[in-house]
Design a protein around this ligand. Sequence first.
Ligand SMILES: *[C@@H]1O[C@H](CO)[C@@H](O)[C@H](O)[C@H]1NC(C)=O
Ligand SMILES: *[C@@H]1O[C@H](CO)[C@@H](O)[C@H](O)[C@H]1NC(C)=O
Ligand SMILES: *[C@@H]1O[C@H](CO)[C@@H](O)[C@H](O)[C@H]1NC(C)=O
Ligand SMILES: *[C@@H]1O[C@H](CO)[C@@H](O)[C@H](O)[C@H]1NC(C)=O
Ligand SMILES: *[C@@H]1O[C@H](CO)[C@@H](O)[C@H](O)[C@H]1NC(C)=O
Ligand SMILES: *[C@@H]1O[C@H](CO)[C@@H](O)[C@H](O)[C@H]1NC(C)=O
Ligand SMILES: *[C@@H]1O[C@H](CO)[C@@H](O)[C@H](O)[C@H]1NC(C)=O
Ligand SMILES: *[C@@H]1O[C@H](CO)[C@@H](O)[C@H](O)[C@H]1NC(C)=O
Ligand SMILES: *[C@@H]1O[C@H](CO)[C@@H](O)[C@H](O)[C@H]1NC(C)=O
Ligand SMILES: *[C@@H]1O[C@H](CO)[C@@H](O)[C@H](O)[C@H]1NC(C)=O
Ligand SMILES: *[C@@H]1O[C@H](CO)[C@@H](O)[C@H](O)[C@H]1NC(C)=O
Ligand SMILES: *[C@@H]1O[C@H](CO)[C@@H](O)[C@H](O)[C@H]1NC(C)=O
Length: 527
Amino acid sequence: MASLRTLSTKLALVSSVIVSVNAVAIPEPTAVPDSVEVRAPVVTPAAIRFDGSHSYMYDRRNIISDIASGADNFLHSLGSVIGQDLPSYVISGVPNFFQNFPTGDQVKSSLGIKDEDLDAAPTEVLNIPPYANWTGDAWNVRFHGNVYKTPNISQEKVDDLANVFLIDTDIKDLPPNEQAQARNLTKSIFIVQQGDQNVSFHLEPAPSQGSSGEPGGGGAITPPGGSQNITFPYETTDLGDFDAFVKIQNVSGGGLLSPDQTDSVQRLNVYTNGTLTGNATAFLVPPEGITFISDIDDILRVTKIYQPKEGLLNSFARPFTQWMNMPDIYANWSKTLPNSTHFHYLTTTPEQATRLYMDFIYKTYPGGSFDTRPLNFSDVSATLSIRQYLLTKIFETFPKRKFVLIADTSNSDIMKDYPTLAHDFPEQVQCIFLRNTSATDEEDKFPYDTSKFEGLNNKSYMFFKVPDDLSGLDIANGQCLNESIPQNVTFGIQDEVLGIHGAGGKLEGSATVSFVVALAVAVFFTL
Ligand SMILES: *[C@@H]1O[C@H](CO)[C@@H](O)[C@H](O)[C@H]1NC(C)=O
Ligand SMILES: *[C@@H]1O[C@H](CO)[C@@H](O)[C@H](O)[C@H]1NC(C)=O
Ligand SMILES: *[C@@H]1O[C@H](CO)[C@@H](O)[C@H](O)[C@H]1NC(C)=O
Ligand SMILES: *[C@@H]1O[C@H](CO)[C@@H](O)[C@H](O)[C@H]1NC(C)=O
Ligand SMILES: *[C@@H]1O[C@H](CO)[C@@H](O)[C@H](O)[C@H]1NC(C)=O
Ligand SMILES: *[C@@H]1O[C@H](CO)[C@@H](O)[C@H](O)[C@H]1NC(C)=O
Ligand SMILES: *[C@@H]1O[C@H](CO)[C@@H](O)[C@H](O)[C@H]1NC(C)=O
Ligand SMILES: *[C@@H]1O[C@H](CO)[C@@H](O)[C@H](O)[C@H]1NC(C)=O
Ligand SMILES: *[C@@H]1O[C@H](CO)[C@@H](O)[C@H](O)[C@H]1NC(C)=O
Ligand SMILES: *[C@@H]1O[C@H](CO)[C@@H](O)[C@H](O)[C@H]1NC(C)=O
Ligand SMILES: *[C@@H]1O[C@H](CO)[C@@H](O)[C@H](O)[C@H]1NC(C)=O
Ligand SMILES: *[C@@H]1O[C@H](CO)[C@@H](O)[C@H](O)[C@H]1NC(C)=O
């Protein structure tokens, strides 16, 4: 279809930039799954790979000359590489695969779908597991999610679209289960959001975590009652989003417990009226206690976001896999910390792609509420601000709770936002734990920036390598640092693999040392 071709040609695939001290070598992305191979210098290479079906729209001259200026000028080069020629989310090292997903109108026009074609499709609702705070007289639940329809796209088209996300891999070459997952995920991206819709929910006590009955539950309890119907007070936005706090009732005859009656988090199942796709579990969180705010990619599951091809396969096709024994660490926290402890999973993956995340978390980690990137935060500048926005919202919602912030070093927004919260809300940030992917995973060539940690109590955060580094900490009493783990924090740009220790630092090693700035694979739609 002509429209499909238009779609693909407008997809820009920004791949790896290979930077070497004396040479600039551009391997095919396929060549980089697990070892970095430095090839002979290329005379006038494009720093970014071109591909017949992908186009690249940035001026590449300065990239090459700046890179060629060598290691002494590393930081300057990186700034220039990044500053002028690449999108800002790449500059800040956000290796984000998912940018600018198409809006419903774009999906319709690019795939030639008519309104009538959608009439028959059922309305579906993505209901993100919410948290609630106590307002003194009622629980106040932040319902948020999206209303949409899934167009009937032929499998052939779905496969074409899926292939756009997979570098040098054809979906037809994947095992059947991976094909099914990649097709499902692709379909969940090519949806048509439904604006101006009323949404209503049925709530009832949740006997287990997860709306589909997964065991566990992050220490939360089932309230004695609380069944009720709620109509969300606003219609959905043009992008099909709904997001607002709604006070829920204490149904007569006793139902929900107030914080005077229990220290525990209470769980309610939320069913969306009119669809079986809008189930979620709501967590009523007491005013005081500890909330873990955890990123998911490369900390709870193996994503390898810094290795574009692997990252895409791990996100699209392969079953989600836990990172080492991290579930044991979380399970222990869930069992041993006070009952008021709450888990909140915050990922900036666009919400359309997050059903798999929720499914994985509920099967593997303590139950808890979620934040994902809402559809209206789809452009590049919003991508960089979304985490800050969501974090600030939860801090303001629970002004008396303490937060433990967990992620890995490959997200530049986290490297900025987590310590900034500790500066801005010193009473609320209990601990920051960052997995140093640069120290453990040779493939992570992303430098990370520790400058924002300057001035924080150096016992309030820890860079760690394996989950066991986190065991035995007395988090409730503010012990965040396992003294046996060397920290190496220089308050500058660092990268263990590259031997960069601190701002202005030089590359160590011989002149043949080469390094890769795996800038990003950004699949972004400019329909
Ligand atoms: C989707 O379209 C195909 C081909 O047009 C048709 O056979 C199939 O029944 C449709 N499926 C649904 C759920 O409408
Ligand atoms: C794909 O989606 C279908 C229908 O929603 C579901 O039954 C199936 O389990 C999903 N498969 C995978 C691998 O996610
Ligand atoms: C949504 O509900 C409001 C209030 O009940 C009503 O005025 C409005 O017409 C409804 N919108 C739609 C699209 O049904
Ligand atoms: C909620 O609405 C459903 C129909 O959507 C109805 O069957 C049920 O009785 C209502 N429950 C309450 C508690 O009002
Ligand atoms: C709900 O009502 C019961 C019985 O009156 C009361 O014990 C309980 O504290 C109330 N819960 C809330 C959340 O107000
Ligand atoms: C549920 O939706 C149906 C239409 O799909 C509507 O008739 C009914 O009133 C709704 N129930 C509630 C509790 O909003
Ligand atoms: C949502 O909950 C309903 C009622 O328990 C159930 O029938 C349905 O299968 C659930 N949907 C999903 C996607 O799990
Ligand atoms: C925590 O909850 C469990 C199970 O509900 C209960 O047995 C235990 O006593 C509670 N602990 C505290 C300190 O309240
Ligand atoms: C997205 O929508 C929410 C409310 O639904 C609003 O608070 C927020 O400012 C919007 N963000 C952007 C970037 O428009
Ligand atoms: C509950 O959350 C809302 C929304 O963030 C906030 O405005 C309000 O102050 C919070 N209430 C309390 C008592 O903290
Ligand atoms: C600290 O530096 C040492 C020596 O370079 C390295 O082996 C170790 O992995 C680093 N640790 C962390 C947590 O970055
Ligand atoms: C489990 O948590 C408790 C309390 O924080 C701690 O004392 C213990 O060492 C932890 N065990 C592991 C294996 O993390």
